[in-house]
Design a protein around this ligand. Structure first.
Ligand code: BMA
Length: 343
């Protein structure tokens, strides 16, 4: 007989175990179904940004018809959020966006750049998931710019500045049931090319099945810090964990360091039990300039949103740390032998 621990016991027994460098906020989850003022099925994950002195989450919510839409949540402290009464962005109903958003809009990631806020998201239709780009100045009106990939592609994250005069993004084209993180370039945010694989799955590791960018990259003195998700398939279904890597500032297809172990793994009840169990999936993180602390927002079990924190230095350190477990003294780069890593 399978016994699932009661929620309170589960939480207590797991709070301090493991090696997660991300510290969960004790008030998690921060946005659940009961916080959404309109009818919906579930809460997934959220893009995060600071705007007008407030913390904003652009939350992926599944409406009662089963399509994902975006709601806006606001907070003064980054922990206690209030969700606006109506969705702020819903799938387009006509034109080319209507055709490719017919099954919903998913997994938004916000990048502030050039005085505006870009939202890269997944447009979902019967043709499969593909990337789309919109922009907003007020988080009430969203102007769609373009569909920017073919299917199957997800996990688009725009870099916060140009590199070598071109816009840059991460994306994750699928190769069957696997997929790696790629870098692509654009002169105008509409036409993309120059694509190169940046990070690959690592056989036998927690990120062996698929990987994808999570939050848009954070610029540091050491390179671009990227929080990414990795999937491992098991007999009971996939486990989604979060990891971290450092990429070259001038050539982000070059991995300078990559943590061997996850920064967050599903352990708490709300990460283990939900619509899709054993999922932590991030689309946004905010670096607090004063404290140099990263607030990482993540969807848990495709049912609620949580927040966890880590010092930026601790995340950077993780990227360059050697795996000290006895069974893995080598092979932490995981770039299919084409080792860009240097670690
Ligand atoms: C991904 C996305 C995420 C979701 C995850 C786990 O493909 O759809 O929004 O959290 O799967 O189900």
């Amino acid at each position: 007989m399978t016994v699932i621990a009661r929620e309170e016991e589960f939480g207590k027994s797991t709070r301090h175990i493991g090696r997660d460098v991300i510290h969960r906020w004790e008030g998690n989850p921060i946005v659940s179904l009961e916080d959404i003022p309109f009818g919906c099925n579930t809460v997934f994950n959220a893009a995060a940004v600071k705007f007008d002195g407030m913390y904003l989450l652009l939350v992926r919510v599944e409406d009662q018809s089963g399509r994902s839409i975006f709601a806006l949540a606001r907070s003064e402290d980054g922990y206690r959020f209030v969700v606006e009464p109506k969705p702020v962005m819903t799938p387009a109903e006509s034109g080319v966006f209507g055709k490719y958003e017919a099954c919903g809009i998913e997994d938004p990631r916000i990048t502030p750049m050039d005085g505006t806020f870009y939202v890269m998201y997944t447009a979902y239709s019967h043709y499969g998931p593909r990337l789309a780009l919109a922009k907003t100045d007020d988080f009430q009106n969203f102007e769609r710019i373009a569909l920017i990939s073919e299917p199957v592609n997800k996990d688009g994250a725009l870099f916060p500045r140009k590199i070598g005069g071109r816009y840059v993004r991460f994306d994750r084209p699928n190769v069957g049931s696997t997929g790696h993180i790629w870098v692509s370039y654009s002169d105008d945010l509409i036409n993309w090319g120059g694509s190169e694989v940046a990070m690959t799955t690592r056989p036998d590791h927690w990120d062996c099945a698929r990987i994808g960018a999570s939050a848009p990259p954070i610029e540091t003195d050491h390179g671009w810090l990227e929080i990414y998700h990795g999937v491992k398939e098991t007999a009971a279904g996939p486990i989604y964990r979060l990891g971290v890597a450092m990429l070259d500032l001038d050539d982000p297809a070059k991995v300078l360091g990559r943590a061997a172990i996850p920064i967050l793994t599903p352990r708490e009840y709300y990460e283990r039990v939900g619509d899709i169990p054993n999922v932590v999936f991030s689309c946004g993180a905010i670096l607090e300039e004063k404290t140099q602390e990263v607030k990482m927002y993540y969807g848990a079990a495709d049912t609620c949103i949580c927040v966890g924190t880590a010092k930026l230095d601790a995340l950077i350190e993780r990227c360059f740390e050697q795996d000290d477990s006895e069974c893995r003294k080598s092979d932490i780069a995981g770039n299919d032998g084409a080792n860009h890593s240097g670690t």
